[in-house]
Design a binder for this molecule. Structure first.
Ligand SMILES: *Cc1c(COP(=O)(O)O)cnc(C)c1O
Length: 351
């Protein structure tokens, strides 16, 4: 704390990201990164940008990337917003669409950045309890609110909410923005982007960090009605005109254009997930149904914090949340075949 800080800074409670250890040879299954590399076409597109052009500012509107996303989802570029990671896109959405004085609603177990943005932008919120199976009950969101946000599949549970339920939620809340955070949708769900044409209150965010293996590039996007997108553009253009650099625009656009590589790597992650789930079940774990590139599991006879510590002693890191209702769960990212085997072997020793 410093006397130079604005009073506002003193009461902020920042987000704590999953650890990025400097040690080599760790089996790193704690932040849901993709075990496969980015598309070779994306890498080539980024390399082509490495040159004299870097003297020049990038396109402030990232038009090439918006066009690629629009073509991929069959929408117009005016329905697309892009930003420096979907965390930045989410921040702009909170800032631009959720400050109405009424509480923002999100599940009690969900992405822990949401309450942080509420603190940053002075947005009141209510955490709505998931049911006993850790599922979202859309009827519980039928109350006064200034907006609704949830990840789908949910994080850190991995559970998917069906598109019909999302549509019911939109119909129950025609006067609120409903933001569906689809960071993990490509690993087993159907995107709600198909609904934006019919629901002007729907905003869908996605990231290239998970299914497109570009966490290090920092690119995220939102798709929705042009009026919602314009709010995000107004915030962005009042904050930083160039959130995406030249390499990010070129690499992200090329990643969207390399459909074959994307499909192949997603399918590999999904197949590995099913193998990890059955391996864990054989060791006595209970695993929540996952549509993501991670699983959420607990062992009825073993304390989760001790399991995480035992794994760490064996150079494997997973995520453990010291939080009500989920303190006995571990969130484990799906890794390469070798990493997954190392995980199951280590857990086999521990339990
Ligand atoms: C990873 C993640 C994000 C952030 O993604 P970035 O694009 O890397 O900022 C957003 N929401 C959820 C639920 C995530 O898990």
């Amino acid at each position: 704390m410093s006397r130079f800080w604005s009073p506002f800074v003193k009461q902020l409670v920042p987000y704590v990201p999953g650890e990025q250890p400097k040690l080599a040879n760790l089996v790193k299954l704690n932040t849901n990164e993709n075990p496969y590399g980015p598309s070779p076409r994306a890498l080539a597109a980024m390399q082509a940008e490495l040159g004299d052009n870097l003297r020049l500012y990038p396109d402030p509107n990232s038009e090439r990337l918006k066009q690629a996303v629009a073509a991929y989802y069959g929408v117009t570029a005016a329905q697309v917003f892009v930003g420096n990671g979907s965390d930045e896109v989410l921040a702009h959405a909170f800032h631009g669409l959720f400050q109405h004085g009424r509480p923002l609603l999100f599940p009690d177990i969900s992405y822990s950045f949401y309450p942080v943005y509420c603190g940053l932008y002075g947005i009141p919120f209510e955490a709505i309890a998931l049911d006993e199976q850790f599922q979202i009950r859309v009827e519980d969101y039928q109350r006064v609110n200034g907006g609704i946000v949830f990840p789908n599949p949910n994080a850190p549970t991995g559970c998917l909410l069906a598109l019909e339920a999302i549509e019911r939620l939109l119909q129950l809340n025609p006067h609120s923005v409903v933001l569906v955070d689809e960071a993990y949708i490509d690993f087993g769900g159907t995107s709600a982007i198909s609904l934006v044409e019919r629901y002007p209150n729907l905003l869908v965010t996605q990231t290239l960090s998970k299914s497109r293996s570009l966490a290090g590039l920092r690119v995220g996007l939102a798709v929705g009605h042009p009026d919602l997108i314009e709010a995000l553009e107004r915030i962005k253009n009042s904050f930083n005109s160039y959130p995406l650099d030249r390499m990010a625009i070129a690499g992200a656009a090329a990643a969207f254009e390399d459909e074959a590589y994307f499909q192949q790597t997603c399918q590999q992650v999904i197949a590995s997930r099913e193998a990890v789930v059955s391996g864990l079940q054989q060791l006595g774990f209970e695993v929540l149904p996952s549509a993501a590139n991670f699983i959420f599991a607990r062992h009825p006879q073993h304390d989760a914090a001790q399991l995480a510590a035992g794994l760490r002693e064996r150079s494997i890191i997973v995520r453990h949340f010291q939080q009500a209702r989920i303190a006995q769960f571990l969130r484990i990212s799906i890794g390469s075949a070798a990493q997954n085997q190392a995980l199951l072997a280590a857990l086999g020793q521990i339990v």
